[in-house]
Structures are given as C-alpha cells and as structure tokens.
Design a binder for this molecule. Structure first.
Ligand code: BTN
Length: 446
C-alpha cells in the first residue's frame, strides 16, 4: 500500500445464510486482497428490508478502510468478494448473501476542500458503474447509524455532523442493535463483542443474565426485555417495568474486589446520564449511588448483583432500568410523584428513541468500563463528580439505624459518599437512600 492511502467507508448488507459469517468473511477477504486495511467496523444492526419486504431481516454494518485502490478498482474488489461468497444476480432490493457498497471515498489533501472528519478530500463522481458519494446513503438509517458510529464527525451534504442525524429518532425506524462493539476480530482489533439477547417478556432481565452468566455467557452479554413481570429494585423491592421502558442487564466478568462493585453502578449511572443528555438533550444527573434523575425525577435505577466463588468474583450483573416512554400515571402511588419518563409514551418515535438510547448507553458503558479496568477509578471519579449534582448540597442518608445528615462533599476511592456532618466530621457512607433538598428519587414498585 502507498504511503498515503485513500480512506473509504463501505456499507455491508446481508439477509441470507449465516449473516454474521457473511460479513465476517467479506471483511476478511478485503484484508486478504492486500489492497485494503480495515480500520474500524461498526456494531451489527438488524434491519427490516426496504422496497421488497417479503424477505428476511438484514444485518448491516459499516467499515472504514484504507486502500491504495482507485474508487473503480475498489468497487471491482468489492464485487469480486460478493461473487466469491456466492452472490447471484437478484432483484435490486431482493435477498442477498452479501452486498458491499462504497459509501464515500477520501484522498489525502492539504487544501481547504477537505472537511473536519479527518478523512481528507472527498471524491465525487458519477459514472454508469459508480456514483460517489453513494446517492441514497443519506436516506437510509441502516447506513447513517453505523456510519455515525464509525465516524461521528462526518459531514452531511448540508454541512451538519452526522451524529446530529441520529437524534432524529425516525432514522431508527425498523433498526435494532444486533451485536454491539468490535464484534469483528480482525487484524489489530480486540474482540469485544456484546451480544444482545432480546425478549418480549421475562420475570427479570437480571435473573436471565445471571443464569446465562452461570452457564458461561461472556462478558458484555446484554439481555433486554420489553417488559418484566417481576423486575427487581434495590432492597428487594419490585421494579415496575411496563412496555416503553428500557430494561436491560449486562453480564460482566471483572477481576475486581467486592467493594469495587460500587464503581460498576456509578459507571452505569454516568453511562446512562451521558446517553440521556446526548440522545434527548435532557439535563440528566447521577444521584449516588444508583439513580439517574432528570429535573429532580428518577428516570433510571441501577441494580448490581454479583456471584462470588470463594473470594473471587465469578460474575457481576448490572441491571439498568430506564423509564424511556412509560405512563407515569400508572406507576404505583408511592413513586408516582418521584419518578419521571424521558418522553411521553405517545411520542411517535418512542421505540426508536429507546433503541438510540440503548446504543448510546452500551457505548458509553463499554468505554468507561474499559477505562476503569485499565486505569483504575480516578478518571471515573472525575466523571462522577461532573455528573453528580448532589455534591456540595445538603443531604440526608436513610439507612439502618440513625439517618446521617450533612453536606455531601465528595466520593472516596471505594465509591463511598463522604458526608460532612454539622460537627465537622467526615462520614464515609457505603450505601443508603439519599434525600436531597428536593423530593428525591424513590423506588418504583411495591
Ligand atoms: C432501583 O431500585 O432503583 C434499581 C432498579 C433496577 C431495575 C432494573 S430493570 C433491568 C434489571 N432487571 C431487574 O430485574 N432489575 C433491573
């Protein structure tokens, strides 16, 4: 490959045979050609067919590649890979083993025509064989969503960053996250797949995830249900889990001490609060130890559960419940005033919004979790301080025995809340229910 290769974004689609394997093989064959290098691959998304709808669901992904091939030669390589994988000529929108489209192609440039995406100058062309950029790419959610994941700063034809498009929830219509993270184990990519297991109704996603973990499910396995019949909250309470919410549990296998599990909750809290800010533009904050609030109302609760073998952690399950689009008037009386919903259940794109939020939460969680494992708690603590608006405020912690009152001053290295009491003593609190100066978060249920 030349010293300054071109960069291209390729779109993959498949709905026949082993779809994951088709994309995996396609990527491998592009690498084996020796003329392209895979730089980044998006998560896998499962999408409903467009045009001819009497066919199976597609799996879609986008990859960024570097290549020394011209656009025309890259196209020939892609078509060659499709044919080698057994693709036969079919109807334009028909089923296919693998389709590889060149979406955009950039060359290095020092002039001002290059954009801020870090890719160089974009090549535009319109020939019978190839049009660049791909003429229909901006109409397709199954291109826009994975493309925004690979490079959120890419510019749309009207000069907006692509990541701004994915906040238009209609772009998510008919699209579900299938496998998150770097599922593809290619050259230089560490395997970090997060399988998504979806259910319509379960008792509790935490129970399903724990069962799967006992059976050997890998770190990152994610269980999502539309409703839970016995969703669990903290302190043995019931968590009201109607359709419209996001009820998910993550299997984790960190090599950490039992006291560090508290960090898993805070990581989840920051991941959720940040995802809510990005996706809905709402001022979400973390409420130590396990809640996320918007405008004083609890919109998310987090429930970490662990299993130890001897003194070694076998696995942790982090359960996250977000009231994305639920009917708060149907919440149990005791939490009706304290819990909120992110959008109305009548929002025309409530389920798409939930999907966008899921992707953002899993992305954020994965980044913070890896950072915690490799660098320790300091960076996370910094993030928690940024998102936790109760620091510096008067609080009361309810727990067994006498409540503790004082100013919440900070969080310590074991994720405990430090409260300065009136007498000037610093008390480090491991757990408890915190009341802030406003009606605080409550439990959903019971
Ligand atoms: C809390 O009491 O605030 C924690 C609530 C946690 C609820 C979530 S929903 C998904 C997961 N499955 C459960 O049964 N509980 C957690």
């Amino acid at each position: 490959m030349t010293a300054t290769p071109a960069r291209a974004y390729l779109g993959f689609g498949t709905n026949l045979g082993d779809r994951r394997e088709n994309i995996t093989k396609g990527l491998a064959m592009l690498c084996e050609s020796g003329r392209t290098e895979i730089i980044k691959v998006s998560s896998l998304y499962e999408t409903e067919p467009v045009g001819y709808t009497e066919q199976g669901l597609f799996l879609n992904a986008v990859a960024l590649v570097e290549t020394d091939l011209s656009p025309q030669d890259l196209l020939c390589l892609c078509k060659d890979v499709e044919v080698q994988l057994g693709r036969k000529p079919t109807a334009r929108w028909g089923p296919r083993i693998l389709d590889i489209d060149i979406l955009m192609y950039f060359v290095e440039s020092s002039d001002l025509s290059s954009d801020d995406s870090g890719d160089g100058a974009q090549i535009e062309m319109d020939t019978p064989a190839l049009t660049l950029p791909h003429p229909r790419m901006w109409e397709r959610g199954f291109v826009i969503i994975p493309l925004a994941e690979v490079n959120p700063s890419l510019l749309t034809p009207d000069g907006r960053e692509i990541k701004s498009l994915i906040r238009d929830f209609s772009v998510w219509t008919g699209i579900h996250l299938f496998e998150a993270g770097s599922w593809w184990q290619g050259a230089g990519q560490s395997r970090d797949c997060r399988r998504i297991m979806r259910f319509v109704e379960v008792e509790s996603t935490n129970s399903i995830a724990a069962n799967m973990a006992s059976g050997g499910a890998s770190c990152g396995t994610c269980v999502i249900a539309e409703t839970q019949t016995s969703g669990r909250g903290r302190q043995g309470r019931l968590w009201y889990s109607p359709p419209g919410g996001l009820w998910l549990s993550l299997v984790l296998r960190p090599r950490i001490q039992s006291q560090d599990v508290a960090w898993m909750s805070l990581i989840a809290g920051v991941a959720v609060a940040s995802a809510i800010r990005d996706t809905f533009r709402l001022p979400a904050v973390v409420k130590w130890p396990n809640d996320v609030l918007v405008s004083g109302k609890k919109v998310c609760g987090i429930l970490p559960e662990t299993r130890f073998i001897g003194d070694k952690m076998d696995f942790a399950v982090v359960g996250i419940g977000v009231n994305v689009a639920i009917r708060t008037d149907l919440l149990p009386l005791q939490v009706r005033e304290t819990c909120g919903t992110l959008v109305s259940p009548d929002h025309p794109h409530a389920s798409e919004a939930r999907e966008a939020l899921t992707v953002s939460i899993l992305d954020n969680f994965s980044l913070l979790y890896k950072q915690f494992l490799s660098e320790g708690f300091l960076e996370i603590l910094q993030k928690v301080r940024e998102y936790c608006d109760m620091l510096g405020r008067e609080v009361t912690v309810l727990r067994l025995g006498t409540p503790i009152q004082g100013i919440a001053v900070d969080i310590d290295s074991d994720a405990r809340l430090i409260i300065r009491t009136k007498s000037g003593e610093n008390v480090h609190v491991v757990s408890g229910e915190v009341r802030i100066g406003v009606p605080g978060a409550g439990y959903c249920g019971e």
